[in-house]
Design a protein around this ligand. Structure first.
Ligand code: BG6
Length: 367
């Protein structure tokens, strides 16, 4: 049942190229220039009238929402708020009938997310669910559903569901952009072509896990570490940090790289591992300055970046791993994968029950 893999988590990490292909299949028209989402009940008129979007979810699904926000805001220019579901209802959110609410849930059964969905509907909002389980409570109650076709996810730590949620957000953003006329057809075609290349790029990465495995064994001896990144890298390190905590029980914090100097730098001591995600070229120089801040305090830094930056980064970091290059917006669909593998191998090195970490459940049906 584990298809030759030692754990469901590793199997599911390796199923991601297929999950990408399955989630995209039938949603890109033959010309390769247009996303089609025939399942949507949301009309083009409604889409044109959306004044803001709220993305609500828990845990890993929330982290997918952080990337989703960036995709929608940059491609469609509609303001997006993100909330963890257990907070949403209690901040008396401003929801109007022209608010599109997107709830994200792998299981479709998370009680907090379901309650947030109902709260949004009670204010007249249209609720679109991105879920991996089409027969779930959230899929049933939502006004619209975009199914991620990741297949059943058994390991408690979510991997392929998260990355499929990213694909769903990219597709949705491109669709909204087309309806609202915010991107040219050429730009849309360029993004679609890059999305279609992701599965193979991912397969190439998955074929070479050794360097990450060795690094995971190194960090497995530590009790605390930091992740840093800016922009989309910050969104991804939040997921990387959660994954590591969930299954390896190593304490970690994910910090917006530019925020370190406003307090957290006090915790950077000699030898503490810092994982820097540096894939966003527009902010690379700034990230490098933040890397230097921690390097000056003796941190043991590992950077994940693109091949072309490895040599220069190695002046300030101890190790650097290269990931394949795609568009900046799509990079999370590749850059999260070494972090998933890192958590997996760190958990393994510590002798933990990788697929069934302590104190966690696959879906939580209490608020
Ligand atoms: C938590 C799970 O309880 O719920 C996480 O342990 C998950 O892995 C989160 O990300 C949200 O779950 P779902 O099914 O709503 O995406």
């Amino acid at each position: 049942e584990k298809g030759g893999f030692e754990h469901f988590m590793l199997k599911e990490i390796h199923e991601q190229p297929k999950a990408y292909r399955d989630t995209m299949r039938g949603r890109i028209d033959e010309s390769g220039k247009k996303v089609v989402l025939p399942e949507l009940k949301l009309t083009k008129e409604q889409i044109k009238g959306i004044s803001k979007i709220q993305i609500i979810a828990c845990g890993t699904a929330y982290h997918a929402g952080l990337v989703g926000r960036q995709a929608i805001e940059s491609l469609v220019r509609i303001p997006v708020e993100t909330d963890v579901a257990s907070e949403y209802r209690y901040r008396s959110p401003i929801v109007t009938p022209d608010t599109l609410v997107i709830v994200v849930s792998q299981s479709g059964e998370t009680a907090d997310t379901l309650a947030a969905l109902r709260e949004a509907q009670s204010h007249g909002a249209h609720v679109l669910a991105i879920t991996n389980v089409v027969g779930s409570s959230i899929a049933r109650d939502a006004d619209d559903v975009i199914a991620t076709l990741a297949g059943p996810e058994i390991a408690v730590a979510s991997t392929k569901a998260y990355t499929s949620q990213l694909i769903a957000f990219y597709l949705l953003s491109l669709y909204l952009a087309e309806v609202r006329g915010t991107q040219t057809q050429d730009e849309v075609a360029r993004i679609i072509a890059a999305m279609q290349a992701l599965p193979e790029q991912l397969e190439n990465m998955l074929a070479k896990p050794d360097a990450i495995k060795a690094y995971a064994e190194q960090i497995s001896k530590h009790e605390h570490l930091f992740f840093i990144g800016r922009g989309l890298d910050y969104a991804v390190v939040q997921e990387g940090s959660l994954k590591l905590k969930e299954i390896s029980y190593i304490h970690s914090e994910a910090y917006a790289a530019g925020e370190l100097k406003h307090g957290t730098l006090a915790l950077i001591e000699e030898g503490i591992p810092v994982i820097a995600l540096a894939t966003q070229d527009a902010v690379l120089e700034k990230t490098v300055s933040n890397i230097k801040e921690v390097s000056a305090r003796g941190a043991d830094i590992m950077a994940i970046t693109h091949e072309e930056h490895v040599v220069s980064l190695l002046k300030s970091v101890n190790q650097a791993f290269a990931i394949p290059k795609t568009l900046p917006l799509l990079t999370p669909a590749l850059s999260v994968v070494p972090l998933q593998l890192l958590s997996y191998y760190a958990s393994l090195a510590r002798g933990n029950d990788v697929d069934k970490p302590r104190n966690l459940a696959k879906s939580v049906t209490v608020e």
